[in-house]
Design a protein around this ligand. Sequence first.
Ligand code: C2E
Ligand code: MG
Ligand code: MG
Ligand code: MG
Length: 293
Amino acid sequence: DYALYYAKQNAKSEPVFFSHEHERLIFANSALEQALRHADLEKEMRVEFQPVLDLGCGHTKGLEALARWSCPTLGRIRPDLFIKAAENIGMIGRLTEVLFRKAVNEARHWPGELTLSFNLSATSLTSEAPVMRLLSIADQLGFPTHRLIFEITESAVMNDFESAMEVLNLIRSAGAHVAIDDFGTGFSSLAYVHRLPIDILKIDRSFVRDLHANERSKNVLRSMLSLCENLNIACIVEGVETQEQFDLVCDLGGQLIQGYYYSKPLSSGDAHMVLQIEFDTMNRPPLRTVVNQ
Ligand code: C2E
Ligand code: MG
Ligand code: MG
Ligand code: MG
C-alpha cells in the first residue's frame, strides 16, 4: 500500500516513504487552501462559545470563542486545520479580524461581566500590529478590554520568544488578559512559565483523560494546580467530560473548569439564551412566602 520514492539529496540518500494517505493529505491541503482563498469569510465563518465554570460561585465565569467554517464545497472543516491553512496562505490576519469582530459582537450583548476568550495563532504574536487591530475593534464595538482574554499556546510563544513577549506585554498594558492554552503539551513548560507575563494557565485535556485510572496523573495535576497557586496565576482545567473527572478535579482543588461535562461549545443564540437564564436566576429575589394565619 506504499509508494516508494528515493530522495536524492546526496550520495548516501535514504529511501523516503510516502503513503497514499500522505499524498491524499497533501492534495486535501491544497484543496482546503484553495477553498479558503475563495471563501466569503463574513458569510461562511461562525463562532461558537464554550463556557468556563467557576466553582467558587457555581456560575459561568466567561466563554471561549471557537471558530467554525462550513465550506460550501468541502463541508465542515476543523478549526485547527483551516487556521493552519489561513496561516499558510497569508490570510490569518483577515480571518482573525472577522472572527474576533463576530465574537465581540455577541459578547457585548451578554449579561453581567462575563469574559470573552479568543485564541491567537502563532503569526499574531510575531508583531504588535495584529493585536493592536483587535484591541481597536473591541474599542470600536464598546467592549471593555478588562473582559478580554487572549489565548496563546506555548509553542506559539517559543516560536519567536522576544516578539511574543512584546505582544503579551501590549495585551496586558491595554488591560486585557493572557492565557497559555494547552499547557503541558509543549516543551520546557515549567522552565519559563514564571518569566511570562500571563494571567491564566489552561491545563491541557490530556492530563484529565486518564485521571481516574492513574495515581501519577493525579499527582501531576495536583502539582500543576499548586504551581499556579504559588505563582498567583488562575488555572483552567480543560476537557472535563465526565462526572468522575469533574469530582476528581474538584477534589484536587481545581477552581475553573471547562469541558463537555459543564457545556459543549454553544451556538451564539444558545449561548445568549443559557446566559440570560443563568443571570436571571442568579439575581432573582427570593420568592415571598405567604403565611396564612
Ligand atoms: P483550544 O483552544 O484548546 O480549544 C479547545 C478545543 O477542545 C475545542 O475544539 C473544543 O471544542 C474542544 N473541547 C472542549 N471541551 C472538550 C471536552 O470536554 N472534550 C473534548 N474531547 N474536547 C473538548 P475545536 O473547537 O475543534 O478547536 C480546536 C482548536 O482550534 C482550538 O483548541 C484552537 O487551538 C483552534 N481554534 C479554534 N478557534 C480558533 C480561532 O478563532 N483562532 C485560532 N487561532 N485558533 C482557533
Ligand atoms: Mg483555546
Ligand atoms: Mg485548549
Ligand atoms: Mg487544544
